[in-house]
Design a binder for this molecule. Structure first.
Ligand SMILES: [Zn+2]
Ligand SMILES: [Zn+2]
Length: 256
């Protein structure tokens, strides 16, 4: 895994001729396993069927797939009862199987090569949400976690999405003003209570979003508590509208 990140970093620094030569030595790997693949940013034939793309009808707030068809926007049962301060929400993948390996590789395994293709997939579903004044911003990590992990996976996704769409990126718009610990194993109510007020807009960045549309980016949406706290921070800083996008949405059977 770490070898792959080194390989990607080396590829970025080299010119096209050397890059071609390096590919012969280190052929690109599948994004979720170590099988060599023909093209950078793809999955091997064995891994593709294990990745569930969200398509068809989905909740307009949280992106969870819903049965049936509808010509108008619909909300899932959860989004009718849980506080969702943002406007619309989208997700590309249903969490689990290959999507889980993609997310974990990006988050802990230094598979930074997941970010560029993920940015392309996210751009497809994000485009209808974008306005000419849109600002893209990632959900922040607490500085201690950022220090330990060295990078924020949501920031990598936000940068890739901004690159694809041409929208303005403000990578350090939001900060966590206290350590919220691990959300895993907490009940939904606990997650919301734990995150409440834990995210604020950096005062020096607030003028960048005042009166504008913000698209918040996270790697995984589970309860939506983090995105709710981040949305509230944007509104407090004067954002006109906030929408959210996650690479993967955790399905109901996997939530608490
Ligand atoms: Zn594979
Ligand atoms: Zn929903």
């Amino acid at each position: 895994m770490a070898g792959n990140a080194l390989r990607m970093a080396a590829l970025e620094r080299l010119g096209p001729v050397l890059r071609g030569a390096l590919r012969v030595v280190y052929p690109p790997q599948c994004l979720t396993c170590e099988t060599p693949v023909a093209e950078e940013g793809t999955l091997c034939p064995a891994c593709w069927p294990d990745v569930r793309l969200i398509h068809g009808l989905a909740c307009d707030k949280c992106g969870i797939p819903l049965p049936g068809e509808s010509a108008t926007a619909v909300l899932c049962d959860d989004c009718l009862t849980i506080a969702r301060p943002w406007g619309r929400g989208r997700a590309v993948l249903l969490y689990g199987g290959g999507a889980r390996r993609l997310v974990l590789g990006l988050k802990y395994g230094d598979r930074h090569d997941v970010a560029a293709p993920a940015g392309r997939w996210m751009a497809r579903v994000a485009r209808p949400l974008l306005r000419p004044d849109s600002v893209i911003a990632p959900v922040p990590l607490h500085w201690w976690r950022l220090f330990r992990r060295r990078y924020n996976q949501s920031a990598l996704l936000a940068a890739a999405l901004a690159h694809e769409t041409g929208a303005e990126l403000v990578p350090d718009l939001l900060i966590r003003n206290r350590h919220t610990g691990n959300q895993d194993g907490r009940s939904r109510a606990d997650r919301f209570a734990n995150l409440h007020g834990a995210i604020v807009a950096r005062p020096s960045r607030s003028p960048r979003i005042a009166g504008r549309h913000v698209l918040l980016v996270d790697d995984v949406m589970t309860s939506g508590a983090t995105l709710a706290a981040a949305s509230e921070a944007c509104f407090k800083a004067g954002a006109d509208a906030v929408d959210v996008i996650a690479l993967a949405r955790v399905g109901r059977e996997e939530t608490d």
